[in-house]
Design a protein around this ligand. Sequence first.
Ligand SMILES: [Zn+2]
Length: 599
Amino acid sequence: MNKRSITGLISLILFFMTINTGNAAGAVKISYVITFPEAQAHYADVEMNIEGLAQNNLDLKMPVWTPGSYLVREYAKNVESFTASSGNQPLSTTKIAKNCWRIKTAGVTVVKVRYSVYCFEISVRTSFVDAAHGFLSPAGIFMYPDKMLNEPSTVNIVPYKEWSKVSTSLNEVNGDTFTRHAPNYDILYDSPIEIGNQDVFGFDAAGVKYEVAMCGGGNYDKERLKKDMARIVEQETAIFGENPNNYYVFIVHNYARGGGGLEHLSSTVLGASRDNYANDQGYHGFLSLVAHEHFHLWNVKRLRPIALGPFDYDNENYTTDLWIAEGFTAYYQNLILRYAGLSTPQDYLNAVAGTINVVENQPGAKVQPLAEASFDAWIKSYRPNENSINTGISYYDKGALAAMLLDLEIINDTKSRYSLNDVMKYMYDTYYKLKKRGYTDIEFKQGLEKFAGKSLDDFYENYIYGLTPLDYGKYLGYAGYKLTNELAATNEPTLGVNIINSNGKKIVTAVLRGSAGWIDGINVNDELTAIDGMPITDISGMLNGKKTGDKIQVSIIRDGLPLTLPVTLLKNNHVKYMIEELTAPTAEQLGARKKWLKL
Ligand SMILES: [Zn+2]
């Protein structure tokens, strides 16, 4: 990458850019006032005040994406009614790019800008405002003056009607909850803000004050959550040896059906289903999400791939390391629950087996290497289509499995002296704390090799850059476990298509690569109507008694026209693995198991 050689040059260029704009840090004062005069219609109104300017033009920009969510979302599409003035004088403005407004300042020192933002997309990375509450995803709300990303700003929030609370990790100014301070734009864009009447409670863990802001109600048990979330925090902190925050906020959006999360420096936003807390599976899923997003405060927010910070807010930020940033986090989200005693070893192994099944049943695992899945996140995993199952693999799922293999490799190589935890701490200490920069691909590999005590060239060539199937059995064997495919002995035939039932119609949603449906030409969006002339009720039932190699006639409706396709049935190659204990594990295997699962 030749990173070192270009660093000096970049510093020099940045120095001259600062001189040229005439805005040394501290000379400019930026503040925002956010109001919600039409919250019921989903608008946030922004007033931005900039003082201390000395330039002829001022370019204001809105990021096109938000860190942690690797898709260009074009936040500027929600902006309207942009105006600028200085005192009583209107200033002329013109758009010079999709996300950039140029104001002709002609030497004035003070500028006031006003614009409205439409906020009606429910997700953890988009803003949403209605009469009940306001959630501000800052990259889509706050414009920044070009080349002034290092400037601090203050945010004053004027709540709608009876909204009474603000939940954000931005510090209060003068003890006023409605006025917050951002030391720079990276921190502002990394600090979502929830305003409304959320149910707020707190707990202390690892020397840090935690706030939980529950929005939208739900059947959660506060005392249980406080206890269990604290256990997760303590276990994660123990891996890295320190918790870098003083205050951390969980903003939880509860919906009829919700999920997903987005990590930030000192907070996170989680989606949840409001009625799911009372059942074991739902509660466990929520804790797993908590463990995932909270783990990110180290892995990716601080210990990060070199491409992920400082951010380019105008363009895609490419990295081949999301299998580490996301995959390792996905690995730890379940392992941490095991460490914390919130799941049994068998619960954990079942979750691992489930992930193995997802990866191994996806034809795309044989097409897209992990590093490539990461690089192309912007155009593939964040923009899936009907063929994604055949062309790609999740860097979460396969990355988590690669992390597990590396963990077991290190435990085995060192006779249980070290594990992946030691690598994470070493990398955090070395790159975040000491070198104060991100790691390169090779540096992360070197960190792993340092603890494995051997070259991982083959591992990387096969599993990260290549398409060699992961050898789960070998690595699980190190800890005295074996992998068994429950479907190994079956010889059932299948069409190899996924279908949904839509108003009684069987509609094809995916055709698996290499399957009978793929080879004989069944298409996505075909309506399956009959097999061998018999109307379709239940496809798998209708294939009972058929054998691999049998020829059947599949009647379909495609684009309104009937068609019958001859199809030769092929064997169902789906796998369903389970992980079981070896009957007579050695002392070494038992030692590795103890180290791995903290038994
Ligand atoms: Zn994540």
